[in-house]
Design a protein around this ligand. Structure first.
Ligand code: IPM
Ligand code: MG
Length: 403
């Protein structure tokens, strides 16, 4: 953040931000195509525990993934690497969103599984460093934040494609104050919109979806959201089999809770901040943010994480061992599919549905009235290994749908 002493100083700062974004646009235009993980001799998976409840729930996710990938690990096709140091203490010490050594290690992996990390806010005890998530998304150009929400029994099957590197987040820690005026900058680029909207259309096409929803507030935020919507109009021409429509974020938020309408939505693409908000709301339908995983995908790297924070309150109150690992395991399931083990990813997703929504033999309450992370991890592992997983899942979904 800059506390400008004059309009000239603020203007100069703005000029620098604009130049940096223009240079970024050039980089986007030159970026290489999507990596094919299965074509690699070895896929390196980095695991970053994060802080707060992060290490405990990441540990459960890693344990389950290592079990599912045991053949690939034995043959050397897949390796897991633990990366330490992405904690609020280390970050505060180095005054860096991501310590340099940690970033270097991350770049040596193909994909990472990342536990939640504390994000300082203006006025709290930590130095006001940028969120590690936001920094990693920008550093590794993880432009697509893919967040699925499924409640099969209610016919809900949404996949959100949240743009992950632009909008109010692009330079979120570089706003300006001049006297009593505070200014943040919302930046949206055409190539940045193009690639996220295209990713959403491609996903729809590959997964037999015939409808795509673009969410903006282009009636008011005309320049940036307008660019996003205009780009959607262009991109849509390349996907004639898929119907698309534009919705405004306010009515979208309302219609997501309308039981008559909500099952019509399939794939949604939206700028960063609207995506942040709407995906928390959406996750509530499948049992809250603790159950939702999130994939941060770029053409070269990808990072998989929970959609919630590090729950410092749970740690302060000595309840960290009761944190629900489902979100991290769900992120792990997405990772499996992303790196080419789709069948395993789907099995793990179904096991999570059974453990969290349908059979729910153990309850997670976040305190000693419920199961521990470890016990719930065991439950997921036992469920995903069960030979009758598929038939149990089918039966549970049918029963929940009322027949
Ligand atoms: C998320 C989180 C982050 C975001 C925070 C922690 C910076 O809410 O991943 O949705 O706003 O993107
Ligand atoms: Mg969020």
């Amino acid at each position: 953040m800059l506390q400008a002493k004059s309009v000239e100083q603020a203007t100069e700062h703005f000029g620098q931000l604009v130049n940096a974004q223009l240079a970024r646009i050039e980089r986007i235009k030159k970026e290489a195509d999507w990596i094919d993980y299965q074509a690699l001799d070895q896929i390196v998976i980095g695991v970053l525990g994060g802080d707060g409840i992060g290490p405990a729930i990441s540990h459960e996710a890693q344990r389950i993934l290592e079990d599912l990938l045991s053949d690939q690990v034995s043959s050397g096709k897949v390796v897991f690497r633990t990366i330490d140091g992405l904690t609020i203490e280390r970050r505060a010490e180095e005054r860096a969103a991501i310590p340099a050594a940690v970033l270097e290690e991350i770049r040596e992996c193909h994909v990472t599984l990342k536990g939640p990390t504390t994000t300082p806010e203006q006025g709290d005890a930590w130095p006001n460093i940028e969120s590690a998530n936001v920094a990693m998304r920008k550093e590794l150009d993880l432009f697509a934040n893919v967040r699925p929400v499924r409640v099969p029994a209610e016919g809900i099957d949404w996949t959100f494609f949240r743009e992950n590197t632009e909008d109010l987040y692009a330079v979120g820690s570089q706003g300006v104050t001049i006297g009593d005026l505070a200014v943040d900058f919302k930046m949206i680029t055409k190539p940045g919109s193009d690639r996220i909207i295209r990713a959403a259309f491609d996903f729809a096409k590959k997964n037999g979806k015939d409808r795509l929803t673009i969410v903006t507030k282009a009636n008011v935020v005309k320049t940036t959201d307008g660019t996003f919507l205009d780009t959607a109009r262009e991109v849509a021409k390349d996907y004639p089999g898929i119907e698309w429509e534009g919705w405004y974020i306010d009515i979208m938020t309302a219609k997501l809770v309308d039981p008559k309408r909500r099952r019509d939505f399939q794939v949604l693409a939206l700028p960063n901040l609207y995506g942040d908000i709407l995906t928390d709301e959406a996750a509530e339908f499948q049992g809250g943010v603790g159950t939702a995983g999130s994939a941060n995908i770029g053409k070269r790297y990808a990072m998989f994480e929970a959609i919630h924070g590090s729950a410092p309150r749970m740690v302060r109150e000595g309840r960290a061992q009761y944190a629900d690992p489902s979100s991290m395991v769900r992120a792990g399931a997405m990772m499996l599919s992303h790196i080419g083990y789709r069948e395993l990813g789907e099995r793990l997703g179904k096991a999570l549905d059974l453990c969290g929504q349908y059979e729910a033999k153990l309850k997670m309450t976040g305190r000693d009235t419920g199961a521990t992370s470890r016990l719930f991890g065991d439950y997921i592992l036992e469920t995903v290994r069960a030979p009758d997983l598929e038939s149990r899942w089918d039966a549970a979904v049918r029963a929940a749908a009322g027949g």
